[in-house]
Write a protein that binds this ligand. Structure first.
Ligand code: URA
Length: 438
């Protein structure tokens, strides 16, 4: 087989066979195929697309390029959740303990933040000494004992995707539906859970800016999951403005703890309960969404979910006393208020701008491996639909340099649009796409 011929075939709109895809992915992973040929193939795929069968074959080939976790040592049906990434997205921190407190094991692989989007592992490291670097044995043991473990992705989980993503990132070939779907699903399949619930974000702060694109991505990923024998659903949720009020690592952890204390912002709780009910329905823990939401609300009201968070943090070496006293979390030195320059209704807050401000203040990475400042961030005091008077506080920026704070405050102000009329209410959940194995 020659890579030249496969590139030529795809360039002309041909369909690659399962063997050809497997050969290409294996050769690329072990370094036999050069980056320039793989880049040409990625660009040909961007123009010509992949069929559903090719997308599945690509996903499976990438899944098999490294280790797959065997979670059969965990008792019962295991659940995982994945978000396509957004700003202020602390959903996993609230959702995972709620689900685990209801007796359903959660075995989750999470990543670090990159660019303007945050990552669960960075947020969890706000608990001093917390470790996501678990051996496979400890990961399984923790899920069996606590009902919840969250680990960082090991180097050898879908290594083909790691290499391919780095290449796509610099060759303008990221935004192709089949490539995104196979990238995400290869990692999820290798991570071994029985149930996968996907949070596909749409809006200005999301990867998929438009709803039809988010729908297509969600449908593609769900059909891959079904073909791989998983119980799977995707919930398309809104990411036009940041989720909740907090953006920045420790601020977001505090908000997630508040959510587990029954004081979570409405939009965050809507997303948490929408995703959680899909997990509980797929696991046959309940039969209706109302029943699922009832169970989750009960777990929060009784304190069971919060206790589960503390138990999980402690089991992974972290200081669980922070769960009960959030004033212990590291705080930035300066708090700079962002004041409204006019009166009216907040009609929009550009999530991407807020995410970039957080990154500029030190809360996010420009490139992989950069150190981050967990204490900085933005607390939004006004969200879309709120009325604001001239001079009233829109948001507070938490920073460790006064100079950065002034610049950050100006940028946060520019992310707000204030209009004369009250904007229409947007539903947080745009659509649920369920997989069917029947
Ligand atoms: N997230 C991934 O893991 N892969 C993509 O291709 C895009 C987003």
């Amino acid at each position: 087989m020659r890579m030249y011929d496969l590139i030529e075939k795809k360039k002309k709109g041909g369909v690659l066979s399962k063997n050809e895809i497997r050969w290409m992915i294996d050769g690329f992973t072990n370094g036999e195929l050069p980056d320039y040929q793989m880049s040409a193939m990625m660009m040909a795929i961007c123009f010509r697309g992949l069929s559903a069968r090719e997308t599945l074959d690509l996903t499976v080939a990438m899944r098999d390029s490294g280790d797959s976790l065997d979670l059969s040592g965990i008792h019962g049906i295991k659940a995982d959740k994945h978000s396509t990434g957004g700003v202020g997205d602390k959903t996993s921190l609230a959702l995972a303990p709620i689900i685990a407190s209801l007796g359903l094991p959660v075995a989750k692989m999470s990543g670090r933040g990159l660019g303007y989007t945050g990552g669960t592992i960075d947020k969890l490291e706000c608990f001093p000494n917390f470790s996501s670097d678990l051996t496979k044995e400890r990961f399984i043991e923790n899920v069996n004992q606590v009902g919840l473990a969250i680990a960082g992705q090991t180097a050898n989980l879908a290594p083909a995707d790691k290499k391919l993503y780095a290449l796509r990132d610099v060759t303008a070939t990221v935004d192709q539906m089949s490539l995104i779907a196979s990238s995400i699903m290869s990692k999820k399949l290798a991570a071994g859970s029985d149930i996968i619930v996907l949070d596909v974000k749409t809006g200005s702060g999301a990867f998929m800016k438009k709803l039809p694109d988010a729908e297509e991505l969600a449908e593609t990923m769900v059909s891959i999951g079904v073909m791989a024998g998983k119980k799977i659903a995707a919930v398309i949720t809104e990411m036009d403005q940041p989720l909740g009020n907090a953006v920045g690592n420790s601020l977001e952890v505090i908000e997630a703890v508040e959510a587990l204390s029954g004081k979570g912002p409405k939009d965050l709780m809507e997303v948490v309960y929408a995703l959680g009910s899909q997990i509980l329905l797929l696991a046959d823990v309940c039969q209706t969404q109302e029943e699922a939401i009832g169970l989750m609300c009960e777990s929060v009201a009784s304190g069971a979910a919060k206790r589960k968070l503390a138990e999980f943090v402690e089991a992974q070496g972290g200081d669980a006393s922070y769960v009960y006293d959030t004033s212990k979390f590291e705080r930035a030195v300066y708090a700079v208020k962002v004041l409204s320059r006019k009166e009216g209704f907040v009609s929009g807050i550009q999530a991407e701008v807020i995410g970039n401000v957080c990154m500029m203040c030190g809360g996010g990475r420009k490139k992989k491996g950069d150190a981050i400042d967990l204490s900085v961030g933005i607390l939004l005091q006004k969200k879309r639909g709120d009325f604001v008077k001239k001079g009233e506080t829109l948001a507070v920026v938490y920073v460790n340099s006064q100079e950065k704070g002034e610049l950050a405050a100006q940028q946060v102000a520019s992310a707000y649009t204030i209009g004369e009329t009250e904007p229409q209410k947007e539903a947080m959940v745009k659509k649920v796409i369920k997989g069917s194995n029947e």
